[in-house]
Design a protein around this ligand. Sequence first.
Ligand code: SIN
Length: 520
Amino acid sequence: MKTESVDFLIIGSGVAGLRAAIELAPSGNVLVVTKDRPSESSTEYAQGGIAVVISDEDTVGIHGEDTLKAGDGLCREDAVKTLVEEGTDRIRELIDWGAEFDREGVKLALTLEAAHSRRRILHAHGDSTGKELERVLLSKVKSLSSVRKYPFAITTDLIIKGQECHGAYVLREGQVTALLAKATLLATGGAGQLFSRTTNPLVATGDGMAIAFRAGAELEDMEFVQFHPTSLYSPTAPQFLLSESMRGEGAVLLNVNRERFMSRYHAMKELAPRDIVSRAIVSEMVKTNSRHVYLDLRHLGKDFVKNRFPGIYSTCLRYDVDITEDLIPVSPAAHYIMGGIKTTINGETNIKGLYAAGEVACTGVHGANRLASNSLLEGLVYGARAGIAARESTITPLEDADEERSVSSIPNSDEIHSMLRRVMWEKVGIIRCSQSLEEARNVLSAYDDILCRAYGKRHELELKNMLTVARIIIEAADRRKGSVGAHYRSDYKERGDRWHEHVKLDRSHVAFQSCGRDLM
Ligand code: SIN
């Protein structure tokens, strides 16, 4: 097996991974591994914006309170404090590196999104904020000679010796390479592809969570999956996010009978927390026997809508929806996972030498429900912090890693992939109950054998990771016998006595069917 040694290994090239690389660059050589093009990450597709305290009418205290309130009692307060306090410096630094956020005159333009009590969302090119962040961070990384990128290489597993992480095995063009490092940082993003309706790009298959879990890491809060209320619903168009900032600018929701309904569900109407809006939409869809509701922007004026949301306007037009004139069919879709690899506020995991940041991690900053537009900020703040902590890793690097595995293949992988996404959407989606979770577990556990083998193709490795993370979400959702934040159980509608406890899972907690071997 080919072996390569680096000082710092970063897996994932979204905002958290790139921000960590910038922090690590002065301390040694850094390799950023990514399974696709470096820009192909959830960051690239983020529309609405990035929340930050920058206006005179706002304070970090108020941003913190909004974050805690959205998190429904389960945020870790030190993580929230760190996010809001360090956020402004991370943004100013980004502007110094060339980020161009939209302005009104000379002042930065700020919009509103659900559950924010102040206008504090910066945006770029109207609705392409993530693309702008990715552009600036990639260009900054390019200027650092100690950082190299290693694209189209999927990580198969971490290299664990004793209780320490020494790097990772990666597969590129059919060949496995052992990348040895004194610190390994996972920044692989989320797992939206586990659900048949999602706003996430194809790369969001839960890889980092699955490989960390296999290596013995502890995962936390995995039952908390956020469903975005408004994703384009059309049988002839791909799923596509319709940014919450559209509702922030005044767009309203109508059911198929053209009735505005949100005032029946929450005083904040269309800007209620996402879980409430998503469940309200589902309830209206059931009542009206329809597969969608409508988002209506027609009253906002053609020029305003075209200028403010140019990307969404042109994408929808390609599918024959003119958002300035038509009602837009929308329904909820899986968007973000609040849970992940449990970390400290410095990105440390329970495995020495292994760090995590961004959506793959769970610092507890989002609690049971993430406040809109806090995720790019999280990537910047916690990516930087994890990078700083990883510099101090005391792992003695290995000289070589000799593990050779024979690879298997998965017959019918396309069918299993599609079945998994359907089961997760129908049984583990916006509304769950003990029976639906049991049904999902029964169906998916029949494929546990897949988790005990190594694979030589990206789509098979992704499927293995998706099956692993699906089983973890089901387990966590089953253990939380109560409804909190984004986790709603029709059989336990109240919060329950133990609502304040976090669900922590490692591989000893999930009963995979024995396949005569260990997970690998
Ligand atoms: C959006 O633009 O609605 C997404 C923003 C977010 O999820 O934070």
